[in-house]
Design a protein around this ligand. Structure first.
Ligand SMILES: [Zn+2]
Length: 311
């Protein structure tokens, strides 16, 4: 009797402690699971296809964008982005349209835009790149489809009533980075050397600031375009590209002049403010990094640190 009571008491106590353990586990697991779900959602690219104008569309993974044009003669795609994105896009294009994917062109050599070429090669597309991008893709053994067609200055691809004009503007970001003009919609697609609505990337890895300015000036000197799709950030108009060029020039001039006055990078990062561009996304986060990028490029490419006329 005594023992059974005590065992009853024990089991009740045990039950209670078991219950509180379950509660405790649940209380601590719920936020963990929630955080896991959130991070999984953040890692999972949100693919989106959006009609930009006429037969020209933007495909987005969230952080990266590519462009494609649909015609009665087939589909032209600019940039595969990644294996997963290319797998999704090739399947989605097959599902949505009766036309075959005729061409895949690379905007440049960097892996965050050029991977995924195999899916398009398997779908029967002919691959295109500027000769410098093609050289780099092959020389570095980038695991993507090797470009079959290459060009030096310009390439024109006809697809019935529509066509694509590709142009090389000289060095700007990476190797063999080109512009695409989809006609007759008159939509441009440019990756990395024009960014709309956001600061250029961090400390400008792989960027040639003078080349970016030169290429953007050349782009604006070409016949007017209606819309520009960027490889990152926003889609915009000519005014947006002009404003972006204004930022690049202001940044370049501020860093160059400061360097000629003998200022250190830390001093430049403390002093340079370009408030007229503070509405650009990542302005607070990346301005100091952008300054560092221009500073580094001016030393590496123009040997500013060797100038005898520095103060
Ligand atoms: Zn990029």
């Amino acid at each position: 009797m005594k023992s059974s009571r005590s065992s009853g008491m024990y089991s009740q106590k045990h039950r209670l402690s078991h219950q509180s353990k379950v509660e405790w586990l649940a209380m601590s697991l719920i936020p963990l699971l929630f955080m896991f779900a959130l991070s999984a959602a953040a890692d999972q690219p949100k693919y989106e296809i959006k009609q930009i104008k006429g037969n020209v569309y933007r495909f987005s993974t969230g952080s990266h964008h590519s462009a494609f044009m649909v015609t009665d003669e087939g589909i032209f795609v600019a940039d595969p982005i990644s294996d997963a994105a290319a797998d999704y896009l090739t399947k989605e294009l097959k599902k949505r349209y009766k036309q075959p994917i005729k061409y895949l062109a690379y905007s440049h050599n960097h892996p965050d835009h050029a991977l995924g070429g195999y899916a398009f090669e398997e779908a029967g597309a002919t691959t295109i790149a500027h000769e410098y991008a093609a050289d780099d893709i092959i020389a570095t053994k980038l695991p993507t489809a090797a470009p079959e067609l290459t060009f030096k200055d310009d390439m024109h691809v006809d697809l019935g009533e529509s066509y694509v004009q590709m142009h090389y503007h000289g060095p700007n970001n990476g190797r063999g980075n080109i512009s695409f003009r989809f006609m007759p919609a008159n939509v441009m697609f440019v990756v990395d050397w024009v960014v709309i609505g956001r600061m250029p990337y961090k400390n400008l890895p792989g960027y040639d600031i003078q080349g970016m300015i030169h290429s953007t000036e050349e782009l604006l000197a070409m016949p007017e375009f209606d819309v520009l799709i960027g490889g990152h950030a926003d889609t915009g108009k000519r005014e947006d590209v002009e404003r972006y060029l204004g930022y690049l020039k202001a940044l370049y001039v501020a860093v160059r002049d400061g360097m000629l006055e003998g200022k250190s990078l830390e001093q430049l990062q403390r002093e340079i403010r370009l408030p007229e561009y503070s509405d650009l996304k990542m302005y607070d986060e990346w301005l100091a990094l952008n300054i560092e990028g221009v500073y580094r490029t001016l030393n590496n490419m123009s040997y500013m640190n060797m100038r005898p006329d520095r103060d």
